[in-house]
Design a protein. Structure first.
Length: 313
């Protein structure tokens, strides 16, 4: 109890620093990487949990860049890693009033298109995946804003491993490998990596009463990656409605068919990668249970999806 009260006293000290009365400080449940506290009506405090300090620092660098292109995300008021008031790094940011949406909020596609305008030098980006050159692109020697690079992975290697360990039969493994090969042939090999939020899911979206997007929050998973990876945390049933609007706003040379193929690539690759995982009960994210993503793909294709999705199997 003493340690808990000492921590809350430190949180209250941060609140007082910003002119907030202790009675207006309330902890918000949840948060894997940070503990969150409402500081009155206008501010929100996030205190890094052990092991996630670099993620919070990354956010302080990414958020200004995102806001500079018009992305709706709370401004950071203060960041402190000195340990003077709180032992762990913390960030005080503007508080946006909204709630977790039940469906994709209006305006999300445009916001993602704005974010993806922020690019690195195209020469620093890797090529598309292929059977002969598998694997994610290596991490950049110089990370921009402390944001790492992410890539396509090696699903063929994952399939081979699942077959070797007895999770899938040989025939199914060959079918899955063939599916990835067909998808790879549709992926745009000239599309540079962009800055992605990395965790576009309901719990990181704040919407208003008319389901309009008010803020995209929690940038701890931001990465330089293929734009298709941005759509991997939403169910395909929602993605199918989001992609056409996104393509209209993005102004990218990548076609809707190419983007859908790449999105399906990540959903399928991450789904099979989780087959050996142990159950993870009590989590609110739909991808937490090992079978959820794979069954979500199955569910999507039983709904008779429109082109180009119907042509990607």
């Amino acid at each position: 109890m003493g340690e808990r009260h000492d921590f809350l006293d430190r949180v209250i000290a941060v609140a007082r620093r910003h002119g907030v009365d202790p009675g207006q400080v309330h902890e918000v449940a949840g948060g894997v990487a940070n503990r969150g506290f409402v500081l009155g009506e206008e501010l929100f405090l996030r205190v890094s949990r052990p092991g996630y300090e670099d993620d919070l620092l990354k956010e302080t660098r990414v958020v200004p860049a995102a806001r500079s292109v018009g992305v709706l995300t709370p401004a950071i008021v203060e960041y402190d890693a000195s340990g003077r008031l709180v032992d762990s790094p913390y960030a005080v940011m503007e508080r946006v009033h909204g709630s977790e949406p039940a469906d994709v909020p209006t305006g999300l596609a445009e916001q993602l298109a704005r974010l993806h305008q922020i690019k690195r030098d195209p020469a620093a980006n890797g090529a598309r995946p292929s059977r002969h050159t598998p694997g994610a692109a290596p991490h950049s020697a110089t990370e921009v804003w402390g944001v790492p690079e992410d890539g396509w992975g090696d699903p063929w290697g994952t399939v081979d491993e699942l077959a070797t360990r007895g999770y899938v039969d040989v025939g199914t493994a060959e079918w899955l490998s063939g599916w990835f090969t067909r998808l790879a042939e549709r992926v745009d090999d000239g599309e540079p990596k962009v800055l992605i939020h990395g965790d576009v899911a309901a719990h990181n979206l704040l919407a208003g009463p008319e389901n309009e997007l008010r803020a995209l929050i929690d940038w701890g998973d931001a990465a330089w990656a293929p734009r298709a990876m941005e759509f991997a945390k939403l169910p395909l049933l929602q993605v199918a409605g989001l992609v056409p609007e996104y393509v209209g706003h993005a102004g990218s040379r990548e076609s809707e068919e190419q983007l859908c193929a790449a999105v399906l690539w990540f959903h399928l690759a991450w789904a099979i990668g989780k087959i050996p995982a142990a159950p993870w009960p009590g989590q609110r994210h739909w991808t937490a249970p090992p079978a959820s993503r794979l069954l979500s793909i199955l569910r999507f294709f039983t709904t008779d999806p429109p082109a180009p999705w119907s042509d990607l199997t």
